[in-house]
Design a protein around this ligand. Structure first.
Ligand code: ADP
Length: 542
């Protein structure tokens, strides 16, 4: 027997309709690419998205077409998203931090038919556009007055293009499983892989994100997504903020400490989210200037492990609650969030920080487990680590074009490529990437734990651990360190600091000092490059 409830397809334009109807005056503030801070609201955003949809359709775009965006977080970028989705086309966020050859490869693989591009990235698109045969149009996210001369024959200024539409348009309707968005993983190994979100998965993910034990945002919040829309959908904030009608503050292209502080302060931001690198810059700015964060209540930190010292500083010095989060492009991207459960009531100081070091627990809609290499479940005891696998309505079931089949099994589990343990309360902790874990004498050593410890040394700016060949143990850890400017810690200083804080056999066999550690386009340590750099390195213990 079927239930007798209505079919109400979960389509993304319902988010913007809802925001406009229920929270029409709620503001969206952007640091524009042209410079000034500009203000709009959900009512206007919807009107302009309708114009984008109408204009795209008039230009011959429609259902299933991939329309790229190469842009910072601004209201214009957001209205482009909703306009694209509103005709059943697919927004495809490009990461400008990738090399032009990678962008070219990705655009060709996705067969993008048009691209919305910020002024900042016009030179980048000029470099690649000629190589993308499918590309019919380049829409530069600016007005006529700011439109630069360009070598591209098919480039138009957004405001002029939009001005030709009156917005008298109705969203298209289609199945909720229709593709809505697309994002490629950064491809630290092999070619990038395309993740294709559906309307349904985006809407469900937005609901999951808003839940009190997840991000816990409401119409009373002022949300600043510093994490870019091109980094896994700004962690869903471009959808969840609309769902609940939060005021949105979009940082544009400026993510330095002073610029972020300015927005936090002037717009009275209560909730923000970004990778640790961004928060390092902000905390440094606060320390240098003695400024405080009286309005900010919560900061979500993820994308890579949040250092313990960072959590401590936000909470103890500024009264801001840190929510450590883990996820990935393939998961839309939220996987776990480190909000506290009742079992942790009353925890303080180091005991609380110990829990917050973990990446958190899975909200409804994310199933997870850890297994050994033979797919046998490992216990949730907070120490036995294994391959982390997930499934859920906002988790990919395949990559676009069929790459990476081995990561998906017949029961629907997706192998994240992360290595983790889960404790009895359901809190997961990443201990490594499967490809980075060091296998020493048949046992696994977690590089992330050692890195976290090393960066706790006051003179260490950044640390990375890689496995180096060893005749007796197969592999042993080498600690690679970037010193803080003006500081000269020695190998013995650093190892002395670490001694006794981790198992003896996890202690690095050596410390190498470098000027810089290589990073991927999403700010993660690029261990493949680092391993190449140290391929001829011989440990003193070898
Ligand atoms: P990429 O940066 O490779 O394009 P993602 O941004 O989707 O892809 O990165 C996902 C990966 O980032 C995860 O599989 C995990 O290894 C790492 N990651 C994300 N959040 C955290 C976290 N809080 N702690 C440790 N690692 C994390």
């Amino acid at each position: 027997m079927l239930g007798l409830m209505q079919e109400w397809p979960l389509l993304c334009h319902k988010l913007i309709d809802h925001a406009a109807l229920q929270h029409g005056d709620r503001e969206i503030i952007s640091r524009s690419i042209e410079g000034p801070i500009v203000r709009t609201n959900y009512g206007e955003l919807r009107s302009r998205s309708l114009k984008v949809a109408q204009r795209l359709e008039r230009d011959g775009f429609g259902l299933g077409d991939r329309i790229a965006t190469l842009a910072w977080n601004t209201a214009r970028h957001l209205e482009a998203w909703y306009g694209i989705m509103g005709i059943g086309a697919v927004y495809h966020t490009l990461n400008p931090r990738l090399f032009p050859e990678q962008i070219l490869w990705i655009m060709n693989h996705a067969e993008d038919r048009a691209v919305f591009v910020d002024l900042t990235f016009l030179p980048l698109i000029e470099k690649v556009a000629g190589g993308v045969k499918s590309l019919k149009q380049v829409i530069v996210l600016t007005d006529k007055a700011h439109m630069p001369a360009t070598s591209l024959p098919n480039a138009v200024a957004y405001e002029e293009w939009l001005g030709e539409a009156d917005g008298d348009f109705a969203w298209k309707s289609f199945d909720e499983n229709t593709a809505a968005g697309m994002c490629y993983t950064s491809g630290t190994t092999g070619d990038p892989k395309g993740v294709l979100y559906s309307h349904r998965s985006n809407v469900l993910h937005a609901m999951i994100a808003c839940m009190p034990d997840a991000m816990g945002i409401s119409s009373r919040d002022v949300v600043l997504p510093v994490v870019p829309m091109f980094h896994a959908n700004a962690w869903g904030l471009g959808q969840s903020a609309l769902m609940i009608g939060a005021k949105l503050v979009m940082p544009g292209g400026k993510m330095d400490g002073a610029s972020i502080y300015e927005l936090l302060d002037s717009e009275k931001v209560t909730f923000t989210a970004a990778v640790p690198t961004v928060w390092l810059m902000l905390l440094q700015h606060l320390e240098e200037t003695g400024k405080k964060l009286p309005h900010l209540k919560k900061v979500v930190i993820g994308g890579s492990a949040c250092p313990r010292a960072m959590t401590q500083k936000f909470q103890d010095n500024y009264g801001v609650e840190v929510i450590h989060a883990w996820g990935m492009t393939e998961m839309s991207p939220l996987g776990t969030l480190g909000t506290m459960k009742p079992v942790h009531d009353g925890l303080e100081g180091n005991a609380r920080l110990d829990v917050q070091q973990k990446q958190g627990h899975a909200p409804f809609g994310v199933e997870m487990k850890v297994t050994d290499d033979n797919n046998v479940d490992r216990p949730w005891d907070g120490k036995t680590f294994g391959r982390l696998k997930v499934r859920g309505p906002a988790v990919a079931r395949a990559y676009y074009g069929g790459a990476g089949k081995e990561q998906f099994d017949e029961e629907g589990w997706f192998d994240t490529g992360d290595v983790a343990h889960i404790d009895a309360s359901g809190y997961m902790q990443i201990t490594d990437r499967a490809k980075d874990v060091i296998k020493s004498g048949g046992e696994w050593i977690s590089t992330i734990d050692i890195e976290n410890l090393a960066v706790g040394h006051p003179d260490v700016a950044e640390a990375a651990v890689i496995g180096v060949a060893h005749p007796k143990w197969d592999e042993r850890p080498l600690l690679v360190v970037v010193r803080k400017a003006g500081k000269e810690p020695s190998k013995d200083d650093i190892l002395g600091y670490m001694n006794g804080k981790i198992a003896k056999w996890w202690m690095p066999d050596d410390v190498a000092f470098v000027a810089e550690i290589p990073h991927t386009a999403t700010g993660k340590i690029q261990k493949t490059t680092l391993r190449q750099q140290f391929q001829d390195y011989r440990l003193p213990t070898a």
